[in-house]
Design a protein around this ligand. Sequence first.
Ligand code: RP5
Length: 154
Amino acid sequence: MNEKSPSVLIIMGSKSDLPTMEKVGTQLDEFGIGYVIEVSSAHRNPDRTMKLALEAEKRGIKVIVAGAGLAAALPGVMAAHSALPVIGVPLAAGALNGIDSLLSIVQMPPGVPVATVGIGAHKNAAVLAAQIIAQSDDAVANKLAEFRAKQSAA
Ligand code: RP5
């Protein structure tokens, strides 16, 4: 985990989400982006979750990446309590294999968006976070350009 000057908050609803969500961090490492990881459920730890959202901007966070399975309220709750861009990662955690989480995360009410990636799409979440940060960080913009060039070549 890279906790130096974190500009991304990676948050998930349960430790059981970690195998997928830690890969967001692995990709951010490639872009040289600092991040911090938190586990806090919107349903099981509502007060702590709200505090993390309210304090994120003061911590210097620029983008929140929130992953959750099942009813998956976490990304929406982060978006409700923070003006930072929130990227939601639906996770396949139960009988509906992530369809439940996808619909819950993507169907936000008008005015409170969550940029929702595919089910388990940790890589796209990290790349999207990097694209947002690259708007004000040339080093990240250069790393992203290299990443895309390598991807095309491959
Ligand atoms: C969600 O419920 C979590 O994000 C996780 O994906 C799912 C199951 O949680 P555990 O019962 O494994 O803690 O809130």
